[in-house]
Design a binder for this molecule. Structure first.
Ligand code: ZN
Length: 440
């Protein structure tokens, strides 16, 4: 696996920017397991563990305490241990070495605030962090409050036995109680973090961006989904995923992906030193075999039915076709079913509307274009098994819309026509759309 390590090192070295994504596997590597019922839970939460029969730290945050003081005691004890007394270890220093002086952003669902406490600046905490509070009565209106000092104060008084109701943090605008700003119906996204993150993605999405994924399980799609779609939609980007036990890499990006099924510590050491530690490493996969000329011809005939006006470039990557599709109000693309995932990007002219019918019965639309205020996206990845059609939105006066897609070319018949009647039966609410977009 020495080759994979060298390749991964080269990807890091050549990256224009690094997007670090991290979830609870990273926290666990740092010694914080939100889900475990172990000695640590008792040690940190103390008498509250048995008093409320709390099975893990995650529950301790969401628990409906009968006593408000106990609620804040629990918050104080956990945040004191895991955030106030937090000392960044080897994992964080290795990550800093890997990032070097490249532009980076950290996108995490971890609420422990460790990346910030370790000195990183560009962070998007998509589920908030437990050192911030919001007004319980006016969560949207009264902003996010930093409770770092207050929580430490609560912990100290709790230890001295002097904690009183007056010590419970209140909203400084209306005096109502605060909640921690964590996943709940009132949760508020930090707009500054979100804006910083969006600008980062916009700035580097067409460049050589490296996604370094740390401890995100295959079933956790909240960050993994969109970040792998970002890779799929941009040809130069690369993906390195580290997850002990199981790594998952979507087929469409497998040529540009390397997975370490190992501890993050070991993978970091391997990436930093180039040493082969005998880790289980997969990828990058070699290109898939090309079609024969007859198969290519068959595929071309087939594609013509679906995309009346298109142009294909072969040979940029052997296993992928780069396709430029032009649609106008008279010539839309017809509904077709994807056996493999595809990435599509807006390139010229009017914006386009993409209709997607997923195999599990969901219908959604995506607007491909450049106007963010109209919720348009520049590019996106369509999951395998989706029936899809494209329409010109006729909004820029261009008379046409041109899109550019990358589709796999390694076998024929990957593009299938869904049965119109079956589709209408599955999506009765979209019967009009389906009738309009189906091949007669
Ligand atoms: Zn308030």
């Amino acid at each position: 696996m020495a080759n994979s390590i060298t390749t991964a090192q080269k990807w890091i070295k050549n990256a224009d920017a690094i997007l670090v994504t991290a979830s609870n596997g990273f926290s666990i590597s740092e010694g914080l397991n939100l889900f475990a019922n172990d000695q640590k839970l008792h040690e940190v939460l103390g008498d509250l563990t048995d008093k409320y029969n709390i099975p893990n730290f995650l529950t301790a945050f969401g628990y409906n305490y009968s006593n408000e003081l106990d609620r804040w005691r629990a918050y104080g004890r956990i945040t004191e241990y895991y955030s106030h007394n937090y000392h960044p270890g080897k994992l964080m220093s290795s990550l800093k070495k890997i990032i070097g002086d490249k532009p980076y952003y950290i996108w995490t669902s971890n609420t422990d605030h460790h990346f910030a406490l370790a000195g990183f600046n560009n962070i998007f905490e998509i589920e908030g962090n437990w050192l911030n509070g919001i007004c319980r009565a006016h969560p949207k209106e009264h902003g996010i409050t930093n409770l770092q000092d207050k929580l430490h104060n609560i912990y100290s008084k709790d230890q001295q036995g002097t904690l009183e109701n007056d010590d419970i943090p209140k909203c400084d605008q209306c005096g109502e109680p605060l909640s921690l700003n964590l996943a709940s119906e009132n949760f508020q996204i930090d707009q500054n973090q979100l804006e910083g993150f969006s600008s980062f993605v916009q700035k580097y999405q067409m460049d050589n961006i490296l996604v370094l994924e740390l401890g995100i399980g295959p079933n956790n799609q909240m960050i993994k989904g969109p970040s792998t779609q970002l890779i799929a939609a941009t040809e130069k980007s690369r993906y390195i995923t580290i997850n002990k036990g199981q790594v998952s890499i979507p087929d469409i990006i497998s040529e540009r992906s390397i997975g370490f099924s190992s501890s993050i510590d070991d993978a970091f050491e391997s990436l930093l030193t180039g040493k082969d530690l005998g880790l289980k490493i997969t990828g990058p996969k070699g290109p898939q075999p090309e079609l024969s000329p007859t198969q290519q011809q068959e595929q071309t005939e087939f594609l013509k039915q679906i995309f009346p006006s298109y142009m294909i470039e072969r040979g940029i990557r052997p296993s992928e076709l780069s396709m430029y599709m032009t649609i106008d109000t008279e010539h839309l693309s017809h509904l077709h079913l994807l056996e493999q995932g595809q990435a599509w990007m807006y390139s010229l002219g009017n914006s386009a509307l993409v209709h997607c019918f997923t195999k599990d019965g969901k219908y959604y639309q995506v607007k491909l274009g450049l106007d963010k205020s109209k919720k348009q996206v520049h590019g996106f990845y369509i999951e395998p098994g989706t029936a899809v059609a494209f329409e010109d939105l006729n909004d820029n006066g261009a008379g046409f819309s041109q899109l550019n897609g990358s589709i796999p070319s390694n076998s024929s018949g990957q593009v299938l026509i869904p049965k119109k009647d079956a589709l209408i039966e599955m999506f009765p609410g979209q019967a009009d759309v389906i009738n309009r977009l189906s091949i007669d």
